[in-house]
Design a protein around this ligand. Structure first.
Ligand SMILES: [Zn+2]
Length: 399
């Protein structure tokens, strides 16, 4: 006789927020064989092998950190960006998919895949840096001779399950631009590579005389390309009178995407709060996590999400910016959703209300009133993070 236990896992009585399906309300969620099997008002306990009551918690698709740095590599040279360990730092912040934002160039990508991506429990996707050495040897990001659009494109095309786009960063933050160092060369090469492999490009570019933010957004970037570090102090999202620059709104209208990329030096309340008050928030909320910001001010994705909740962005909108929106931006619509049949990546959160403080990259403080806590992170039906022992037997139960 067939077992009555139809599902491997049922999460009961949660507040289910699944912006991909415009769902936001109480309900139960069931998992079978690593996939979402049902999301509905009520699922009988008898149908689950493991049944967990998540009353008072929020159940969302597994969170996606759209911009972080997890390409660990030894030996570390003096100009290597020091990365974090994805399994150590992502699940406790609710992240089941971590997108490395171009730490690695084509030169080291195979090693990154073999040594980090293939061995991690967290799903890792990656932008490929247009510079040969990426941020593992940042001097290559500053030298046009190291930008190889055809090689970067072919590498991205060779790993379609991992590579999600092309990245350029850290190229000549200051003029002068010369014949040897043209103002736009890293942008142009990244765009060329992105065209060749049919993926978006992500830009970390310092505006400078001869290389304006307006021109980057309106003359260079294509719909679906991503500008990251949107609320960094050096990004002129606001005009002198405090209003959002009209060309920023025009770019959004055109389909240009804006990513937060908090980082150690790329999040300023002086930009973020006035922009938010005018209704301008990033399309995707991400940490830009690396070792220099993990103890603050970025800390992790739920911490960064909590800043936006406290700044007044509604909960469902914050969840959308860490689930369905990044999934769409990186061309993986099968992620960031609780669609029946999709992989069972699930995050369980608790929202705490009460006074709390947050910091930014300029050493400034903001008084908040909301804080998210990660209760559990599940990838394909298996717990990556479960500090409270959800679903486990009590210690004194007979074996
Ligand atoms: Zn970054």
């Amino acid at each position: 006789m067939a077992s009555a236990e139809t599902f491997d896992l049922i999460l009961k009585n949660g507040l289910i927020i699944d912006p991909a399906n415009a769902r936001s309300g109480p309900g139960d969620l069931a998992v079978r064989d690593g996939r979402i099997a049902a999301v509905q008002g009520s699922i009988p306990d008898a149908k689950g092998k493991t049944v967990i009551d998540v009353s008072g918690c929020i159940v969302t698709p597994g969170l996606i950190d759209m911009h972080c740095h997890i390409c660990q590599k030894l030996p570390v040279s003096s100009d290597t960006l020091r990365c974090v360990d994805a399994d150590a730092h992502m699940p406790q912040q609710g992240v089941t998919t971590a997108v490395d934002a171009g730490t690695c160039g084509w030169r080291d990508f195979f090693n990154f895949k073999e040594e980090v991506i293939d061995k991690a429990k967290v799903r890792i996707l990656a932008f490929v840096n247009i510079a040969a050495g990426g941020m593992l040897s940042m001097e290559t990001e500053r030298e046009p001779a190291n930008f190889h659009s055809r090689i970067a494109a072919e590498l991205a095309a060779a790993f379609p399950d991992i590579a999600v786009g092309i990245k350029t960063a850290h190229y000549r933050p200051e003029p002068p631009f010369t014949e040897h160092y043209p103002a736009w060369t890293s942008v142009d090469k990244a765009l060329e590579a992105a065209e060749l492999c049919g993926l978006p490009a992500m830009f970390d570019v310092w505006p400078a005389p001869g290389r304006s933010y307006e021109d980057l957004l309106l003359k260079k970037m294509r719909p679906g390309d991503i500008h990251t570090h949107v609320f960094a102090r050096h990004i002129p999202v606001l005009e002198a009178d405090g209003h959002i620059a009209p060309y920023v709104l025009e770019a959004r209208e055109k389909g240009i995407l804006f990513d937060l990329g908090h980082g150690a030096g790329s999040f300023s309340f002086r930009n973020a709060i006035p922009a938010g008050r005018q209704g301008f928030f990033p399309d995707t909320i991400s940490t830009d996590l690396y070792t220099d910001n993990i103890a603050g001010p970025a800390i992790g994705l739920t911490h960064v999400m909590s800043k936006f909740l406290s700044m007044g962005l509604p909960l469902d909108d914050v969840i959308a910016r860490t689930t369905v929106k990044p999934a769409a931006a990186i061309g993986h619509p099968e992620l960031g959703t609780l669609n029946t049949g999709s992989c069972a990546d699930i995050t369980v959160l608790k929202l705490h209300e009460g006074s709390c403080g947050y910091t930014d990259s300029e050493g400034k403080r903001f008084s908040g009133n909301k804080k998210l806590e990660c209760i559990a992170a599940i990838r394909e039906g298996r717990f990556l993070y479960n500090p409270g022992g959800l679903g486990l037997p009590q210690w004194d139960e007979p074996r």
